[in-house]
Design a protein around this ligand. Structure first.
Ligand SMILES: C[S@@+](CC[C@H](N)C(=O)[O-])C[C@H]1O[C@@H](n2cnc3c(N)ncnc32)[C@H](O)[C@@H]1O
Length: 316
């Protein structure tokens, strides 16, 4: 089983945290530890005095505990098995945070390991839980939700234009045989919707919608960001990497409309062509960075020109 996860937009995240270079007593919070690629790089580059990591996946948590056992003993690193929303709501970081990172979505091991049930081309249980201890699974949604609710889920979270035929087939088939596996659902979708776009499996958007609902992915981001802003140090920065247009829009709007800080990068940061070639999973990544506190005033170029003109006319 692959345990490899290549951190996405790593140089860009480090660059966005570069104002903290050389500063002492820094506090870092990584809400999505995964396999710790970003965590390790930030800890090594900025040597924060305290680094907090959380992940709701038990495998990610166990790996973090093992990797950082020495630093955990001396209190430099703290690792939690929690949703980042819980971590922030419970105010687990005792100090104000300087650098925070949320690298949203699922990790490569979660996608690649068939038993997690995220992938429509690997046979596994219809699960999709990031937190293996939670009750709601994709199978529960598919087998128990009303047809209207399923239609709504696929339309609003998967942006499927017309999911009614698939939902009708699901509701019909599940009476005789409940859905238990990923391939069972993927094959039904393929049978009903057929292939419309080359290279784009018809189950892609349906699986995305289910995953977002199973893990409440959009809701936790919407709830956590205002709370996290409150726990940041003045000039502290929050970097968020998204992989889904709905998620990116949400992050952008929360940051743009906040009265407590400003978006550092007015234009969204995306991976280079080279990064996308090396790691296809980077293709849809987008990075937005928020800084707490007042935005430094930009020099007004007209005022500068006026000043220059006045000075020149005084000389004449
Ligand atoms: C894209 S991966 C992060 C990869 C990581 N940055 C690295 O370099 O290895 C996302 C990870 O965040 C976790 N995750 C996603 N949403 C979460 C949430 N709301 N709370 C805690 N962990 C979450 C997932 O379980 C997964 O392990």
């Amino acid at each position: 089983m692959s345990e490899l996860h290549i951190p996405v937009l790593l140089n860009e995240v480090l660059e966005m945290f570069s104002p903290f270079s050389g500063q002492k007593n820094l506090v870092y919070f990584d809400g999505t530890y995964g396999r710790g690629g970003h965590f390790k790089a930030v800890v090594e580059k900025f040597s924060p005095v305290k680094a907090y990591a959380t992940d709701q996946d038990t495998r990610a948590y166990d790996q973090a505990l093992q990797t950082w056992s020495d630093e955990i003993k001396i209190g430099r690193v703290e690792v939690h098995h929690k949703n980042f929303l819980e971590f922030v709501t419970e105010n687990k970081a005792a100090e104000k945070i300087d650098m925070a990172l949320l690298d949203l979505g699922v990790s490569s091991p979660q996608l690649d390991q068939a038993d997690r049930g995220f992938s429509f081309n690997k046979d596994g249980p219809l699960d999709m839980r990031m937190n293996q201890k939670q009750e709601l699974t994709a199978a529960k949604i598919i087998n128990e939700f009303e047809a209207e609710d399923l239609i709504e889920i696929f339309k609003s979270y998967g942006e499927v234009q017309n999911p009614a035929r698939v939902v009708r087939a699901v509701v019909n088939d599940r009476v005789a045989k409940p859905f238990t596996t990923t391939l069972q659902l993927a094959q039904l979708i393929e049978r009903v919707d057929g292939w419309k776009k080359k290279g784009f499996h018809p189950a892609t958007q349906y699986f995305m919608a289910l995953r977002l609902v199973v893990n409440r992915e959009l809701q936790v981001v919407e709830e956590v960001l205002p709370l996290l802003i409150g726990q940041m140090q003045d000039k502290g920065r929050i970097a968020v990497i998204t992989f889904h247009s709905l998620e990116d829009r949400l992050v952008k709007n929360i940051f743009k409309n906040s009265n407590d800080g400003f978006l550092v990068n007015k234009k969204v940061i995306v991976p280079s062509e080279n990064e996308c070639k090396m790691n296809v999973r980077a293709r849809s990544a987008k990075l937005r960075v928020f800084q707490k506190g007042a935005e430094p005033e930009k020099p007004d170029k007209f005022a500068l020109r006026r000043q220059q003109r006045d000075m020149n006319s005084e000389v004449e």
